[in-house]
Ligand binder design. Structure first.
Ligand code: DMJ
Length: 565
């Protein structure tokens, strides 16, 4: 039965009323959806609804993505969990023409370094640019192609398609992991495992993931020690491991066993095997528990007794990336790894109390500590700490945040001074603050520069954090100096003495020049949306690894490992 004026549809509305109602409803939905675009990126609702947009923009953004054809559920889910497209809106192209020109110059340098490596040293570990041949060395246990693996992600983000495809093909056809030599656990991890992981996360090519996991497995026997602290050298074939002959009383090195965490957590993510995370968490546990002199972490530890072997502390060589991996573990865990956070800020407090010094000329520097006695020397390697302290500033205690940012800027300034006080405008391997020296090398043996990235790395982070144009200017000074003194006819070479204009070349194009120095320069002259720091942390060889976002959509777990359960 129907009542007068009421339709038989049961809704009690006439057709015209329904039409108006629908029109109103669709208008409301459009309005709400449109409003999402005006919300800040951090608003969760926006992330949930606009996720597919970020993805498709990112897929379009990379013209190399014909390679990213892995349609596995895992990879797609991972991409959905990123907050932003990895390569930004326009591959990070800056709108300012001068900056763009500088970025193009860096890309040209990469192509030049790569082309010469390809021409004269293809498949070897590094290029010898003067003698025009390849170098193999004994750091990678018979593994080859270090420059190829270290370059994959740099070529990819620079849009050097042909070169990237050549590199990928080499990995497919020629990367042989069945070598039987003695390798540095640390170097193989940061360059090979790190390089392959990044290549996978950027492109979705299963090949890179499979190789990374296969290699990761070969590193595991190094952890078979009474404490689980790995030894520094491993035979990749037999799995036998031992300590470096030069390391104090068979000890393991802090910067080596402390620089595995990021890669190993991702190996667990991708393989589904918890063993990798277990191994590095065990190192973490021991370091957390052990007594630390003045809160400091000495550089040598016995893998047998689990005790410190010597009280030498340094934020440069032997110690450096251990501190870096603490703060980056926290950031990579989507800020959930509270132990890493506590250890990092604890270590930083001890560093400030014991190592941070001010020179008579007002330069802030990090001295080294030998059982309570200060050595007023700072290594080029320690210059990464400007960037590290910068990226950690925001998560420090509220009353310390500005202080940490200032400290980061002061250290970066000192490292820049170590460059400007030389004839070549490139920095020495180590500089001193004693005997009248201020940020200059006093020993002949400290005057070399081997294309290292650390100073430029800090410029890049400080630029992203402050947008102070001086960091881009300082980066450009380095480009000009590299071009003038390190570029030779067939590649780039390190130099033996930064204090003389009649340079003597060391005949080595280090693989970290391609993975780090040129990548950080390129990022410095790019927009911040190229590999945004909300989504990526760089391992110590500058290979970007994704932050493991805990949740993205309701009921969706962004931690890949959960997909295997
Ligand atoms: C790189 O292999 C890494 O940055 C490592 O952590 C320290 N040294 C070189 C570059 O100088």
């Amino acid at each position: 039965m129907s009542l007068p004026g009421v339709s038989a549809s049961g809704m009690g509305l006439r057709l015209s009323q329904k039409f108006v109602f629908l029109l109103f409803l669709s208008g409301l939905v459009t309005l709400c959806f449109g409003a999402l675009f005006f919300l800040p990126d951090s608003v969760r609702l926006k992330r949930i609804f606009l996720v597919s947009r970020a993805e498709s923009a990112s897929d379009k953004g990379t013209s190399l993505d014909h390679g990213a054809n892995s349609d596995t559920v895992t990879y797609k889910k991972f991409r959905r969990c990123l907050l932003k497209p990895p390569l930004g809106r326009d591959n990070g192209k800056p709108s300012d023409p001068k900056t763009d020109e500088r970025r193009e110059k860096v890309k040209e340098m990469m192509k030049f370094a790569w082309d010469n490596y390809k021409h004269y040293a293809w498949g070897k570990n590094e290029l010898r640019p003067l003698t025009r041949n390849g170098h193999i060395g004994n750091m990678f246990g018979g593994l080859r192609g270090a420059s190829i693996i270290d370059s994959l992600d740099t070529l990819y983000i620079m849009g050097l398609k042909e070169e990237y495809n050549d590199a990928k093909e080499w990995v497919q056809t020629s990367l042989d992991l069945n070598s039987n030599g003695e390798a540095s656990l640390f170097e193989v991890n940061i360059r090979y495992v790190g390089g392959l992981l990044s290549a996978y996360y950027l492109t979705g090519e299963e090949l890179f993931k499979n190789k990374a996991v296969e290699l990761g497995e070969k590193l595991l026997p190094a952890f078979n020690t009474p404490t689980g602290i790995p030894r520094g050298v491993i035979n990749l074939g037999s799995g036998t491991s031992w300590s470096w002959g030069w390391a104090s009383a068979g000890s393991s090195i802090l910067a080596e066993f402390g620089t595995l965490h990021l890669e190993f957590v991702h190996l667990t993510q991708l393989s589904g095997s918890p063993i990798y995370t277990e191994k590095v968490m065990n190192i973490r546990k021991l370091l957390n528990k052990i007594e630390k002199p003045h809160g400091l972490y000495p550089n040598f530890l016995s893998p047998v007794s689990g005790n410190w072997v010597q009280h030498h502390v340094s934020i440069g060589g032997l110690g450096d990336s251990f501190y870096e991996y603490l703060i980056k573990s926290y950031l990579m865990s989507d800020k959930t790894d509270d132990d890493a956070k506590k250890m990092y800020y604890g270590a930083l407090e001890a560093i400030e109390a014991n190592l941070v010094q001010k020179s008579p000329g007002g330069l802030t520097y990090l001295a080294e500590w030998r059982g309570g006695i200060l050595d007023h020397k700072m290594g080029h390697l320690a210059c990464f700490s400007g960037g590290m302290i910068g990226i950690g500033a925001d998560d420090g205690a509220p009353d310390k945040r500005q202080h940490y940012l200032d400290l980061a800027a002061e250290i970066t300034h000192t490292c820049h001074e170590s460059y400007t006080r030389t004839a070549t405008k490139l920095g020495p391997e180590a500089f001193r603050f004693d005997g009248g020296a201020e940020a200059t090398a006093t020993r002949l043996s400290d005057r070399y520069y081997i294309l290292r990235p650390e100073v430029i790395e800090s410029y890049m982070y400080m630029w992203r954090l402050t947008h102070d144009p001086k960091y881009r200017e300082w980066g450009w000074e380095a480009v000009e100096a590299l071009e003038e003194h390190c570029r030779v006819e067939s590649g780039f070479s390190g130099i033996r003495d930064v204090y003389t204009m009649t340079v003597s070349h060391d005949n080595m194009q280090q693989s970290f020049f391609l993975s780090e120095t040129l990548k950080y320069l390129y990022l410095l002259f790019s927009d911040d949306d190229l590999l945004p720091l909300e989504d990526w942390v760089f391992n110590t060889e500058a290979h970007p690894l994704p932050v493991i976002h805990k949740h993205r959509k309701p009921l969706e777990f962004c931690s890949l490992i959960l997909l295997f359960c």
